[in-house]
Write a protein that binds this ligand. Structure first.
Ligand code: ATP
Length: 314
């Protein structure tokens, strides 16, 4: 595994933080170390390109951000959030940031290449997932959430477009540009509330709409929306416009289609709870354990979840 990116002054040269005095210095990677291939996707101020490290043939996805555009659109803050949160993450279910560097025009983030793209594409292609697949993907997403929360990070924009799939069809959560790193207060406790409005209409939690505050539990609301969508093929709250969608969310106005399995219905009902502190998953470690113990997840071996083969999506 190559060294993680660990410098904030991306000026072309860098040595790892924990370099031992007798080890030869490690030159910082730069654009020339990679052979760039096809474009994997475009964001509003970035392009993601497949790339190969010339020295060892390892494959990556490189997110190239246009500096001028970022400054003009006042997105510097979000780019920094993305870099700082990803730098804290080291989990199989979260896209890993290996290196960062820059040239006069662009910033480069060298990431895991999630070769199978977005979960959303598979939902659209298949219409919906069967219970085995829903359970597996819900468990992997939950495991990734559990990890990021343990690192004091709230994602705040979980949705099937931000859940990528690697070559093993395992989850790689991405898009930490609107995440929040929780600060510890004077007592060494995390202040589990994060201000300012973010998120995508259909997956936004009621507390964000009403109180303009997200907390760890807001990610469990999004998980409830995603589990519903995997089974029903569409998100639970979808209005003719954003305003109607928001109204539906704050009024908990949704219904289950016929045939929605009872055990999944029970779980979704416990996740789509208006009061964030009553939502299944809230309440720290014990809350997450209660969520993982819900009978929907029966049969999931949490200890070997990331070593297991993904069930076939049919
Ligand atoms: P926006 O910035 O507008 O919110 P975005 O977050 O999707 O959009 P990017 O992060 O630049 O923007 O990603 C652009 C596209 O590239 C994504 O839609 C995704 O499909 C693809 N992509 C992003 N990261 C990876 C990756 N690590 N592996 C494979 N594909 C990726």
């Amino acid at each position: 595994i190559p060294p993680r990116s660990n410098s904030n002054n991306d000026n072309g040269q860098q040595t790892p933080k924990t370099q031992l005095s007798h080890t030869p210095s490690v030159r910082k990677k730069g654009v020339k170390d990679f052979e760039f291939g096809k474009t994997l996707g475009e964001g509003s101020y970035s392009t993601v390109v497949a790339a190969r490290d010339r020295s060892n043939n390892r494959e990556y996805a490189v997110k190239i951000l246009d500096k001028k555009h970022i400054i003009k659109e006042k997105k510097v803050k979000y780019v920094n959030i993305e870099k700082n949160t990803l730098n804290k993450m080291n989990h199989p279910g979260i896209v890993r940031l290996y290196y960062t560097f820059q040239d006069p025009d662009s910033l480069y983030f060298v990431l895991d290449h999630a070769k199978n793209g977005e979960l959303l594409t598979f939902i659209k292609k298949l219409g919906s997932f069967d219970m085995d697949c829903t359970k597996f993907y819900a468990a992997q997403i939950l495991s990734a959430i559990e990890y990021m929360h343990s690192q004091g990070v709230i994602h705040r924009d979980l949705k099937p477009e931000n859940i990528l799939l690697d070559d093993k069809m395992h989850v790689k959560v991405t898009d930490f540009g609107t995440a929040k790193i929780l600060e510890q207060n004077a007592d060494g406790e995390e202040d589990d509330r994060a201000n300012s409005f973010v998120g995508t209409a259909e997956y936004v939690s009621p507390e964000l709409l009403k109180e303009k505050a997200a907390c760890k539990s807001s990610d469990f609301w999004a998980l409830g929306c995603i589990i519903y969508q995997l089974i029903a093929g569409r998100p639970p709250f979808k209005g003719a416009n954003e305003y109607r969608t928001f109204q539906k969310i704050v009024n908990l106005e949704y219904s289950f289609p016929d045939g929605f399995p009872t055990v999944a219905r029970d779980l979704v009902q416990k996740l789509l709870v208006l009061n964030p502190s009553e939502r299944l998953g809230s309440g720290g470690k014990a809350g997450v354990e209660r969520l993982k113990a819900h009978s929907f997840f029966q049969g999931i071996d949490w200890d070997t979840l990331w070593q297991q083969p993904a069930p076939n999506l049919l």
